[in-house]
Design a protein around this ligand. Structure first.
Ligand SMILES: [Fe+2]
Ligand SMILES: [Fe+2]
Length: 297
């Protein structure tokens, strides 16, 4: 066995052992019947897209909490869309590989995690009694194209983009006592299980970038930067703003141009972008496209 393979198998075995110890069934782990608490937030206010804007200042406390409910629901709904894509990419990654390897067994374990997560997020949306927010038609189609043409390093880059940005937000959410207990429970489960996914994807991506042919790396830089744009702009559906009587287009424009929001998005991606810089994903002509995603400082 060569060094890369041994390294890959070692990581997989470690992750399989951790999965056996710390995996959760959200259906039984969380209290889905408890009513929501009066006056508690559904998402940290500082992470709500309009925080600190003139529109935010016009909203009452109750409206701000309502908006936090719709934004949490949007993140859950869009999370299901991301995970549906990730599961397909991961399954495709296993297609050519030895099914008895730890690396493939871990990929299947991760898909099982994502199945439980997607059911959990969908159930949370139902519980929050909001619309099931979906990406725009254009982004839904772009997602279809990107997952179809994705290279292997591109698949792991896209996975990390979706996982690490949400992970950064969820790490601020689950310990926060202002937040609804159900939302804290969901984000805690997700943070614990995603830590393994992030590890798996980062290590595999580093290996892929060291061995992929030049054309594949060039293509991955451009397609991943495009994926970053789609992911960043899809997180909050503009339709959430209608829940508090705001014009969706105007409110989305306000959020996009809010210095606080721009800072939150950059902070959420900071560690990942440093890693992408290090392994050579943000180079040459792709840099402008990366900047346009609002994730690179
Ligand atoms: Fe997940
Ligand atoms: Fe994941």
């Amino acid at each position: 066995m060569d060094a890369t393979l041994t390294d890959r198998e070692k990581t997989a075995e470690r992750l399989l052992a951790a999965s056996a110890k710390h995996s959760f069934d959200p259906d039984t782990e969380l209290d889905w019947d408890a009513p929501f608490e009066e006056g508690s937030w559904y998402w940290p206010p500082e992470l709500v897209s309009l925080y600190d804007t003139p529109l935010w200042k016009q909203l009452s406390e109750e409206q701000r909490i309502t908006l936090s409910r719709h934004e949490a629901a949007s993140l859950c709904s869009i999370g299901v869309w991301f995970e549906t894509i990730l599961m397909q990419l991961l399954l495709r990654h296993t297609y050519d590989l030895d099914p008895t390897s730890g690396h493939v067994r871990y990929a299947l374990t991760e898909i099982a995690d994502e199945c439980r997560h997607s059911k959990m997020f969908a159930r949370a949306v139902t519980k929050m009694e909001t619309p099931a927010y979906r990406p725009s038609r254009l982004d839904l189609q772009l997602g279809r194209v990107l997952k179809t043409v994705s290279t292997t390093p591109g698949s792991f880059t896209g996975t990390l983009l979706a996982e690490e940005i949400l992970d950064w937000m969820q790490r601020l959410t689950f310990p926060d006592e202002r937040i609804q207990p159900l939302v804290r429970g969901i984000t805690r489960i997700h943070v614990v299980e995603e830590a393994r996914h992030i590890r798996y994807a980062r290590e595999e991506l580093r290996r892929q970038m060291a061995t992929a042919p030049r054309w594949e790396i060039e293509f991955t830089r451009l397609s991943s930067a495009q994926a970053a744009r789609v992911i960043a702009r899809s997180l909050i559906s503009p339709r959430v703003y209608a829940s508090v009587g705001l014009d969706p287009e105007y409110a989305a424009h306000t959020a996009l141009n809010s210095p606080h929001r721009q800072d939150v998005m950059k902070q959420s991606a900071k560690r990942l972008m440093d890693f992408f810089e290090e392994i050579g994903l943000i180079r040459g002509p792709s840099r402008r496209l990366w900047r346009a995603s609002g994730l690179v400082g």
